[in-house]
Write a protein that binds this ligand. Structure first.
Ligand SMILES: [Fe+2]
Length: 181
């Protein structure tokens, strides 16, 4: 699936959730900023960026973990396995799957290379819920405020927070090393 079709696919699934669509468009913009340091990986990361939250679309919800549901949907559409893996594992997915008892379902997708997982997570965590650019600490704080303390997302993001911030730091360093910070 090329980026233009990925964009239209995501748009058709997410425009009924305007904030998710605005957020997804920002995640794509962040992926475009990363493109110079990603080289040949820029294309799959950009495609995963615009598609990463399609699992929130009502027609796509299955297990209730949006990363897995989105990846399954895209896999059924024949989307490239690397893109499906990036969608499956982005951000706090591994922690959320553990909380939900869905680790085996997640493991049906191959864990993406760390550099690509860092990249999609960086793009997600620097994009606010309504499409603004946010620093990752504020972004994670916003997620923790949005979900009650006993909610699975709150627990997963609390546990994942240090690792997620390290992922963002690695990408920030790559950008700085490339003179693009
Ligand atoms: Fe996201």
């Amino acid at each position: 699936m090329h980026l233009s079709l990925a964009y239209r696919t995501a748009e058709s699934l997410l425009t009924s959730i305007p904030s998710r669509w605005a957020h997804s468009c920002r995640v794509l913009e962040q992926a475009r900023i990363l493109a110079p340091v990603l080289g040949a990986d820029a294309e799959p990361v950009a495609i995963a960026a615009i598609l990463h939250d399609v699992g929130y679309a009502a027609s796509v919800v299955d297990t209730g973990q949006h990363m897995i549901d989105g990846a399954r949907h895209l896999s059924r559409l024949g989307v490239d396995p690397t893109v499906c893996s990036l969608v499956a594992y982005h951000s706090s997915s591994e922690w959320e799957a553990a909380e939900l008892g869905l680790s085996a379902e997640l493991a049906t997708f191959r864990r993406p290379p760390s550099e690509l997982l860092d990249a999609i997570t960086y793009c997600d965590l620097t994009s606010g819920p309504n499409g603004t650019v946010l620093d990752p600490v504020s972004r994670l704080d916003e997620v923790l405020r949005r979900y009650d303390a006993d909610h699975v997302v709150h627990r997963a993001v609390s546990a994942a927070r240090p690792a997620l911030l390290r992922m963002v730091d690695r990408v920030t360093k790559r950008l700085a090393d490339a003179g693009r910070a």
